[in-house]
Design a protein around this ligand. Sequence first.
Ligand code: 1AL
Length: 399
Amino acid sequence: MANRPMQKAASSQPHFLQFNNLACETAGGKVIFATDEWFAPARNLLKRDPPEFIASAFTEYGKWMDGWETRRKRIPGHDWCIVQLGVPGVIHGFDVDTSFFTGNYGPYASIQVACLDQIPSFTLEGDRTGMAASPSQFEAVAKLNSDSWKEIVPMTEMKPGYSESCHNYLSVTYPHRVTHVRLNIYPDGGIARLKVYGIGKKDWSTVPGQDLVDLAALVNGGVCVGYSDAHYGHPRNIIALGRADNMGDGWETARRLDRPKVLRVDEKGILQVPGCEWAILRLGHPGIISKIELDTNHFKGNFPDSCKIEACSLTPDEENRLTLSQWRSDKSPKWRILLPPQKLKADHRHLFSGESVVHCGPVSHVRLVIAPDGGVSRLRLWGRPVSNNATHPQPISKL
Ligand SMILES: NC(=O)NC(NC(N)=O)C(=O)[O-]
């Protein structure tokens, strides 16, 4: 590790930030080991909410910090922790966020990964909060051989956590499934959040062909590949686990500025507006969709008036050839109606099945269109995976 050239983290916003955070606590991510958690526990790395700083907050260990922070090291070595991803998958990049760690940030970091499906779920006993790991914990973790895991980010200089520079974006090319990530900081210090951006990779061979599966779910390899607007919430949120905690856990657009000054509805009660917003999802596996759930949970004064869902079947090559303007064009790609326009209700779980869902045959992508704008908390697309093994191994390169 030490012989590799030092890297600098990217500063502009990279493409991989559009993917899912596979390590987030809300996706089931867990820290299973940390060498030291004196000032602040490593589980904070995986929090969904942005880091905070409370100037007056102190604990018996020192300044309260919203992240993982180790002691100033006075012994040989460096600090590290192991994260078990909530959703195993292919990683495209990391955000090592040092927010508010200024005089105490970890100045260098490297990242190693492993695929440990064959190892039973690993948890350490005891409460490590505010402590360094004990010799027996080190002994237990040594069995994972994590020091020899594949290094996918070499030692890289981190930027301190001032607001303009707190994100250390690290892009990676590693097309293999990963279950665990080891974050090394050199020699010690604090990191506020670790985000692991990628796409879930499920073993579809274990899914019986007749079963209905939510083909769009984050845990099943679904990913948002394009959208018109994400002003208040990114559309990737609609494929997350469970029901949304609040509005911030859904997809919410800004109010469209082309809304007519005086609104009218048609004979079906659907608002007559020129514009709409949309989000495109690539399914974790192509399939035949027969049941749809669209949840406007928490969106009460800002639910969309109506929605429709279109679907198409694209090979990974066809998808990669699409440009952003083509995704944006209403005519491209070969969209077919899966769910005709439906009036929506506030804060409501809408279920569509039977004849409401148009039989489209096997599809790989869907486009949720909402009119004129607003928020959706979850979208579930239940279907039967079709066994053509076309599981889209490539990420699309342009959003
Ligand atoms: N003021 C501090 O943050 N001091 C120390 N850190 C905490 N959290 O107290 C330190 O320098 O490592």
